[in-house]
Design a protein around this ligand. Structure first.
Ligand code: GLA
Length: 716
């Protein structure tokens, strides 16, 4: 049994972790433990004493929620730390006091209406009900336990069972309280073309928050955080992760309080949020995926990789190797050029041509036409269906770029429905890439978007869509909503509804997520789009660091990465073709360059890469992924894939900068079968596995900057 309940104590067990909480005699749900798998009850850690200026809900001065570890802290209980729930009642009073009411243990994993969530066969659900009798609020805490995956998910449903309306002002989905410990917080910060840069800092007294108020999970901070023992490394130490299954605004908060206790929390962004609940209505907090590792960050990542790949993504087919036209042609093409590129790409061995932006009416730059999803037949020289057919007849699949949630002021759609854009009345709208955001909280808008995409798909054998999203939301105003405080959340539900309908109607169409690259690289999108264009930055060195950060929470199978031309269009840097390929070997692999401009030598090299990738794809997308160095701290970046049965390993390394008389770099491997031998397929040399995981493999001295090294090993 993964979930048990005994004398008020709830125990959630996974293979390597235990989570415990207790409904105490005051009716409060206290958090007891989340750590290594253990037997018995861990409540001995609770200490009760009179603490000055810490409120007491009863005359017992030794009982204060300001001090005790809690499962779901609310504002107004005398706990002055970060609350997970803030509610304003009909009289404007803030404050919720929740008391334990009951629980249910269910077989299988709960799902959340309208929201993406982990799906699993081998799982159990615990639902604990809490209530505030004064305002008539029922709070259901949901816990999903995937024992074999070492995963515990959390979500919360708030229901107004009272007779008057209330407004939810803040909603977190998960909270973890630690009574002691010296922790670092790891977050992934960035910007457009430089997403998910690894950042680790020790917590000091006060609050540290990351989040997004952009209506998208954002390039700036990823909705994924790790709390780690100060001395935790890749291979040792305790760490806890929280990953939000949501693509809109979020808030992750870490607080070190007056008694050096730590609280970690993840939930919806608080800003621009005030969700009214009429009697009988409810609101679900998006899911948080948690995991615990006592074997360092590598194991924590493995837990997430398996969960995202098998329990979040729903399409596990291998992705096609693509040639994408964006960096190859931008807007400068016609139908004939596309076919020439396709023919040339076919000769390189790729599977699919992806026609990026610029294929629809008036879209010859990025200032107009979004919303008018009618193919520009004059530019293409044929219908979209004919183009798809012609590409198919070259032996290539066809994929297409769309940006369905947007509307340009200069578009027929805007001229017909200016009110469909999220703008504030009588105010000049804030533009982003000269475009506005469609109000996805409105049914008629969703119908239009669904109809437009279905209409495109009906025109030919389109097997892939790149679903883009190229600005943040600024104005939060919906002309039809009864409350502006719910628009951000309802927007996201609207988007998910359209994606779900498309998933049901066109299960065979692969949708790649994109938001100006990795601006919505989150588990919410991965539920609908099993791969995401990781960044608009295709420079090998920058991408290497972006992939490093991304790998902490997301499997390589979800990362879309393309080899592009040099000098690189984002950084102006020139890197060897081999290095670009080495870094781009990921789940959504492809090329984003003009094959017509390649030299014969480059064509031969690329054709070889494509063949090689086909051989390596399984180990890359299904193997275990190991980070072998931290490129932010070391002079090289190395990473490794090991097949599930340990029989093969693929090791990649890049030395970004060459220096005079450099020290040798030794790449120390991991995850091999102990006590065995591995043959380097390239050289035929045989190495003892334990020595490879101890002494490592020396890299040759680089002959220039950005040199890449690859070893393919097989167990003998
Ligand atoms: C975004 C995407 C790019 C490309 C352009 C097209 O920036 O991230 O890959 O598709 O839009 O306009």
């Amino acid at each position: 049994m993964a979930i048990t309940h005994d004398k008020g104590i709830f125990t959630l067990n996974t293979k390597n972790s235990t989570y415990q909480m207790q409904a105490d005699s005051f009716g409060c749900l206290l958090h007891l433990y989340y750590g290594r798998r253990t037997e018995g009850v861990t409540s001995w850690g609770l200490k009760f004493m009179d603490r000055g200026f810490s409120g007491n809900p009863t005359p017992d001065r030794t009982y204060s929620l300001d001090v005790l570890p809690q499962e779901f802290p609310t504002q107004g209980t005398g706990d002055y730390r970060t609350p997970g729930l803030i509610v304003r009642d009909s009289e404007g009073i803030y404050g919720v006091v929740l008391h334990y009411k009951g629980f249910e243990i269910l077989e299988g994993k709960y799902s959340l209406k309208g929201l993406p969530a982990v799906h699993a066969e081998d799982a159990q659900t615990l639902a604990i009900t809490l209530e505030d009798k004064r305002i008539g609020l029922t709070v259901k805490l949901l816990y999903g336990v995937l024992p074999e995956k070492d995963i515990i998910t959390r979500s919360v449903i708030v229901r107004n069972d009272g007779s008057k309306p209330v407004t939810v002002m803040k909603l977190a989905s998960s909270c973890l309280d630690f009574t002691h410990g010296k922790f670092d917080l790891i977050t992934f910060q960035g910007r457009h073309t430089m997403e998910r840069q690894f950042q680790r800092q020790s917590l000091s007294h006060g609050q540290f928050t990351v989040g997004s108020r952009r209506g998208m999970s954002s390039h700036q901070f990823n909705p994924f955080v790790i709390l780690a023992d100060h001395d935790a490394t890749e291979t040792a130490g305790r760490c806890w992760g929280m990953q939000f299954v949501y693509s809109g605004g979020f808030l992750a908060e870490a607080e070190l309080d007056q008694y050096s206790q730590t609280r970690l929390m993840m939930g919806l962004a608080q800003e621009k949020f005030a969700y009214p609940l009429k009697p009988g209505e409810e609101l679900a907090g998006p899911e948080v995926i948690m995991t615990f590792s006592s074997e360092g960050l590598g194991k924590l990542s493995h837990n997430y990789h398996a969960c995202i790949r098998e329990n979040v993504c729903r399409d596990t087919r291998p992705s096609p190797i693509v040639l994408n036209t964006w960096e190859a042609l931008y807007f400068n093409f016609d139908g004939r050029k596309i076919l020439e590129v396709a023919q040339s790409a076919k000769g390189l061995g790729v599977d699919m041509l992806v026609l990026d932006d610029g294929w629809f009416m008036n879209r010859n730059d990025d200032n107009r036409a979004l919303g008018d999803w009618t193919a520009d037949e004059a530019k293409l020289g044929c219908t979209l269906g004919e183009l798809v057919r012609d590409v198919n007849s070259l032996g290539l699949k066809f994929g297409l770029w769309v940006e369905p949630e947007m509307i340009s002021e200069d578009s027929d759609l805007f001229r017909a429905h200016p009110d469909w854009a999220m703008t504030v009345p009588h105010e000049r709208p804030v533009l982003g890439r000269n475009q506005l955001v469609l109000d996805m909280s409105r049914r008629e808008v969703r119908e239009y978007v669904y109809g437009a995409i279905a209409g495109i798909l009906s025109q030919g054998n389109i097997e892939y869509l790149k679903w883009d999203y190229n600005r943040s939301i600024a104005a939060v105003y919906s002309r039809t909503s009864d409350s502006q405080g719910k628009v951000m959340y309802d927007y996201m539900l609207g988007l998910y509804e359209v994606l779900e309908r498309l998933h049901e109607k066109y299960p065979e169409v692969l949708i790649e997520g994109c938001a100006g690259g990795g601006g919505r690289f989150d588990a919410g999108m991965l539920y609908y789009t099993p791969q995401i264009w990781c960044s608009d930055n295709t420079d090998a060195l920058d991408r290497m660091n972006i992939h490093y950060g991304t790998s902490f929470g997301y499997p390589v199978s979800t990362i879309a990465a393309h080899v592009s031309t040099c000098p690189n269009h984002q950084t102006g840097r020139t890197t060897p073709l081999k290095t670009r390929y080495t870094v781009s070997m990921a789940g959504g692999f492809g090329y984003e360059l003009n094959p017509l401009t390649l030299t014969e030598e480059e064509r031969r090299e690329i054709a070889g890469q494509v063949l090689q990738y086909r051989t390596d794809r399984e180990i890359i997308t299904e193997g275990m992924y190991y980070r072998l160095s931290n490129p932010f701290e070391e002079s090289y970046c190395a990473w490794e894939y090991v097949s599930r049965n340990g029989s093969k390993a693929l090791v990649n390394a890049v030395i970004p900068y060459n220096h005079g008389n450099m020290p040798l770099v030794y790449v120390v491997l991991r995850g091999l079968s102990g006590g065995t031998f591995y043959r380097d397929i390239g050289t035929g040399k045989i190495y003892p596995s334990d020595a490879l995981m101890d002494a490592g493999l020396p890299l040759e001295m680089p002959k220039g900057d950005c040199e890449a090294f690859t070893f393919r090993l097989e167990r003998v």
